[in-house]
Design a protein around this ligand. Structure first.
Ligand SMILES: [Zn+2]
Length: 65
């Protein structure tokens, strides 16, 4: 599976997954996942952190096969 960056207008291959939730709409522990390329990871984390939506990130293991 090749995920693409969730930043609007960016189609780069994602290198990380960002888990987040909006407590107002994501009740009972549901979370959302965004994918991010290297360039936009910090932008997206900052965006979610500023809204207290940020949960955590996971590195997507690169597969060269
Ligand atoms: Zn990107």
């Amino acid at each position: 599976m090749t995920a693409k960056c969730s930043r609007a207008g960016c189609g780069a291959a994602a290198t990380s997954l960002i888990e987040w939730a909006n407590p107002k709409i994501h009740t009972s522990g549901r979370t959302k996942t965004w994918a991010a390329c290297d360039e936009h990871l910090s932008f997206l984390v900052d965006y979610l952190s500023a809204r207290n939506f940020f949960i955590g990130t996971k590195v997507i293991e690169a597969k060269h096969d």
